[in-house]
Design a protein around this ligand. Structure first.
Ligand code: NAD
Length: 510
């Protein structure tokens, strides 16, 4: 499957892994001319070159998926369940291998990569129950001799466009329910860390997923536009930044597709004066710097209420020198590098920007980044951040945690509710009444009460509000099943000579 080619722009003379498309059950090399670099972020060197699909190559994948659809949707639910149990067993058996692929191209530490696979696996496990999930309703004798029932059917060829930060889990959120519901799939993963998708394709084939049911095309805007405009694609799931999510939603729906497009985030963690400050500080450090802050559910802004601020900042500051930043493959590393040099530099630029805007730089991650060529940045803490500052408004997507101080719970709530994003939020308090009030009045899709990263379990659905989601349905869980199916209601009567007669009137219940 993997060929070795000499690619332009390599930072070393090493041989580069070539990452190809996967169409109709086999690896397909892209047409020459368009490709992109893949890096090992911990070493800061290029390790691969990924093919970028043209519109024609995307069309080949879509045609393969279209051809496979008729027979895949007809496969019985018990057979599909059997295949899903095999997929589950194979992903479980290869957790470690998948995690290593993630660490090699994304940079996240191995333990975090294993956690990613585990959370994706939970979605696959949920899909093993597809016969139960697709059960319809039945009404006997709705009218005399007439029964009515509802069924859910697959929509056809579905596509998924995914971000760099969860190269295995986010695709699993999409292809697992899509396939379980009887659809076929074309995945366009992030071009920054594309190998996990090809490894997944190989596992699905081994599990017995027929050729053409799952396809992968790599690439950039050209491939994305070809998906959004393709007349044979019925539904598109997207996860990525807000401007692209909006574009995908608007373009896809204008081409008649069902679209769910999840965007960026600015997640607040409110700490009330009665909170357990040690618990809150542990949570803030874990949720702010885990995966180097490259999580859509990362906490990026702490809102300290009343006199919680000084104690909280002190407790976090104390913890920061202990965070071990290093190569994700090393077992003692707790935080790896950022995904690319360009992204690292952009994140680092927010430290000066914050200082210029008037924030206090408590810890500067540039001073603690490991030496060498890797795309590392240490942990940064900014205090006295104000809502009008760019460091508050922008999704920095790196290990930069801001603290803003407010006097009251109402002020904290207003900040969250006025923010254009609405992905995740957390409140830390010992007061159950306030927590319950918060859950009632906060305008955010996923809420944690003393839980900093409230990613829903697989049998609930994941999704934000406001600029964090364009579309109506969240991903995976019950809403995922709804997204990948459409309803049909059948009204039926069987010939009964005793009740049959000509009646030209409008059908009425009898
Ligand atoms: P991104 O928006 O740059 O890329 C996402 C996908 O869109 C990729 O497959 C990419 O190839 C494609 N793309 C990029 N530019 C495009 C363009 N101009 N036209 C068409 N397609 C384009 O996002 P990213 O940097 O890979 O991922 C990080 C972002 O994803 C963050 O904003 C993060 O919050 C968000 N994210 C959100 C969730 C969520 O559930 N809401 C989950 C994970 C990541």
């Amino acid at each position: 499957m993997t060929e070795v080619v000499e690619a332009p722009g390599a930072e070393s003379a090493q041989e580069l892994k070539r990452i190809t498309h996967w169409i109709n059950g086999t690896s397909v090399a892209g047409e020459p001319g368009r490709s992109g670099p893949v890096y090992n972020p911990a070493a800061g060197i290029q390790t691969g070159e990924v093919d970028f699909a043209s519109a024609e190559e995307v069309d080949r994948a879509v045609q393969a998926a279209k051809e496979a659809f008729a027979s895949w949707r007809a496969v019985s639910l018990s057979r599909k369940t059997e295949i899903f149990f095999r997929i589950r067993a194979l992903v479980d058996a290869h957790r470690e291998d998948i995690a290593k692929i993630l660490t090699a191209e994304h940079g996240k530490v191995l333990s975090d990569a294993k956690g990613e696979v585990a959370r994706g696996l939970e979605v696959i496990e949920f899909c093993c129950g597809i016969p139960e999930l697709l059960k319809g309703g039945f009404t006997e004798q709705a009218s005399t001799g007439i029964d009515v029932y509802s069924i859910r059917q697959p929509v056809g060829v579905c596509a998924g466009i995914t971000p760099f930060n969860f190269p295995a889990m986010v695709p699993m959120w999409m292809w697992a329910p899509a396939l379980a519901c009887g659809n076929t799939f074309v995945l366009k993963p992030s071009e920054k860390d594309p190998s996990a998708s090809i490894y997944t394709a190989e596992l699905l084939k081994e599990a017995g997923v027929p050729d053409g049911v799952f396809n992968v095309v790599h690439g950039d805007k050209v491939a994305v536009d070809a998906i959004l405009e393709h007349p044979e694609i019925a539904a598109v799931s997207f996860v990525g930044s807000t401007p692209i999510a909006r574009y995908v939603y608007e373009t896809g729906t204008s081409h008649g597709k069902r679209v769910q497009a999840l965007g960026g985030a600015k997640n607040h963690m409110i700490v009330l004066p009665d909170a357990d400050i040690d618990m809150a500080a542990d949570a803030a450090v874990s949720a702010g710097y885990g995966s180097a802050g490259e999580r859509c559910m990362a906490v990026s802004m702490l809102v300290a209420v009343g006199d919680a601020g000084d104690e909280l900042v002190g407790a976090i500051k104390e913890r920061l020198p202990k965070v071990k930043v290093g190569d994700g493959m090393q077992p003692d590393s707790e935080m790896g590098p950022l995904v690319t040099r360009e992204h690292r530099d952009k994140v680092a630029s927010y430290i000066d920007k914050g200082r210029d805007e008037g924030a206090t730089v408590v810890t500067d991650g540039r001073e603690t980044a490991p030496d060498g060529g890797g795309f590392f940045l240490g942990v940064t803490l900014l205090d006295d951040v104000k809502p009008e500052m760019d460091v508050y408004k922008d999704e920095i997507f790196g290990p930069v945690l801001g603290v803003t101080r407010v006097s009251t719970y109402d002020e904290a709530l207003r900040l969250v509710n006025e923010n254009p994003y609405g992905n995740g939020v957390a409140i830390f308090t010992r007061d159950g009444g306030v927590a319950r009030q918060f859950q009632f009045e906060v305008n955010v899709g996923m809420v944690g009460i003393n839980v900093p990263i409230p990613v829903p379990v697989a049998y609930y659905s994941f999704g934000g509000w406001k600029n964090s989601l364009f579309g109506d349905l969240h991903v995976y869980g019950p809403e995922g099943i709804q997204f990948y199916t459409r309803g049909k209601v059948v009204t039926s009567r069987w010939p009964d000579p005793a009740t049959s007669k000509v009646d030209l009137g409008f059908p009425q219940t009898r």
